[in-house]
Unconditional design. Sequence first.
Length: 195
Amino acid sequence: MKKQNLILFLFISLSLYFPASLKAQGTEASTGKEARIKWYSFEEAYNLNKKKPKKMIVDVYTEWCGWCKKMDAETFTNPTIVKYMNAHFYCVKLDAEQKDTIVLDGVKYVNPNPTAKRSTHQLANALLRNQFSYPSYVFLNEQGKYIVLLPGYHQAKEFEPVLSFFGEDVYLKSKMEDLQVKLGEYVASFKGEIK
């Protein structure tokens, strides 16, 4: 009887130990030291860009936007995307409906009706050029000048060539009126790291 109890005890102990240890190993692998995108406020990136010029990508989102959350959870956690964005851009998160005032070179940008539902902040309005689609990504050059607005959710594999097109200055080889066409051609022929 003691032998059977001992075997039962060992069996229960081992069955409890192994799944727990496998689960712990899996958790360590997925949440250990993952790289993350270094997100800045618009003011932080704007001021950093004055000291050390670098392109900016502005993620214009809203709290209620499901596609924005999907982009954050899937595309912006992909290691290739994280590495590339951190290396080539000041990455900015801008809530299009935020209530805070943003001051750039003494100019104040506000939400004109902060208590109203879905009231757009002046800076988001300026960056989106009255094209309210969330999420939207605004690319700015090293001088803080507008390059292009890219609306919508994009999987990591679709977003990688877009980042490369602007990060590697391929866009400079096109006239602004041909930019969307050249971007499409670049995306179609791009061989990236993401499979």
